[in-house]
Design a binder for this molecule. Structure first.
Ligand SMILES: Cc1cc2nc3c(=O)[nH]c(=O)nc-3n(C[C@H](O)[C@H](O)[C@H](O)COP(=O)(O)O)c2cc1C
Length: 259
């Protein structure tokens, strides 16, 4: 049975929770699932001090002793992840942002390649589409397989028409999420994703060394030699493009090392 964990950035159990509950009901009607709601406000998360020890030495050197690893473990033990947040001042809530800050080292060392991801944003008026995109970008860079998320708009109390639209959006979103959840093979990367991987791995190789956690992580994973983060058969054109991106990454990395 697939396990889904929903991380909720709302300070209370209101519109965002209700939306997620409806999403979960839809998904449960399509397959048997194990669900967990994680209300981030119930956990102890300190605010990042900016020491960058997690980036440079490793996450275990973080001076904050809080629930970060407990929450990370919940992601590790899941097949699918939802980040759900209200729109607060055109952004995720502070609670959700703090959670993302605490996990920022994963952006340097992606790992969740076999897990599905979706962002759900709930708002009163507008600005939420950009937040969905922002969360999707985080999801991609964490390594997740990202299903297109949704932004639900309505001021309370909702009209029947607004509720109908939300119900339809949540129903479609659950189908998209299920598709990623049931994926049996990992996708061939787009040119953009290939470029990001090849240029960053070259820069890490050229600029950093064994004193840095990112360098060791990439080395342990065999990423300095591999075509991509995971086993994938790149076609001729993408193989060629990959070499070009390696060349660019090498060039930029060497320039940076000189400065
Ligand atoms: C501090 C605060 C800031 C908000 N900023 C926005 C905003 O920029 N755009 C918007 O459309 N709605 C905004 N809203 C409305 C919420 O996104 C909306 O009420 C949402 O449904 C709240 O979700 P919740 O009930 O799960 O907390 C804001 C609400 C609060 C409390």
């Amino acid at each position: 049975m697939k396990k889904i964990t929903v991380f909720i950035g709302s300070p209370g159990k209101q519109a965002t929770y209700k939306a997620v509950q409806e999403f979960v009901t839809n998904l449960k009607s399509q397959m048997e699932l194990d669900f967990e709601y994680v209300f981030l406000s119930d956990y102890n998360l300190g605010s990042c001090k900016g020491c960058k020890l997690c980036f440079n030495k490793g996450e275990e050197y973080c001076p904050l002793k809080d629930d970060r690893d407990l929450l990370l473990e919940k992601i590790n033990n899941s097949d699918g992840i939802i980040f759900a947040t209200p729109n607060y001042a055109f952004n995720v809530t502070a609670i959700m942002k703090n959670f993302l800050d605490r996990l920022s080292f994963v952006l340097h060392r992606p790992r969740f390649f076999n897990k599905a991801f979706m962002a759900i944003v709930v708002q009163g008026i507008h600005g939420g589409t950009a937040i969905v995109k922002y969360l999707e970008n985080i999801g991609e860079n964490f390594g997740f397989q990202v299903a297109k998320g949704c932004c639900l708009t309505s001021l309370e109390p909702r009209t029947a028409l607004e509720q109908k639209k939300i119900t339809q959006e949540l129903s479609k979103a659950s189908v998209r999420f299920r598709k990623e959840l049931m994926r049996t093979t990992l996708p061939i990367p787009s040119f953009f994703k290939l470029m990001m991987f090849r240029m960053s791995r070259k820069s890490i190789n050229v600029i950093l060394n064994e004193n840095y956690r990112d360098y060791c992580y990439f080395k342990e994973k065999g990423w300095f030699e591999s075509d991509y983060y995971y086993d994938v058969s790149l076609g001729f054109i993408k193989k060629l493009a990959g070499r070009f991106f390696d060349f660019l990454g090498n060039f930029i990395g060497k320039q940076k090392r000189r400065t």
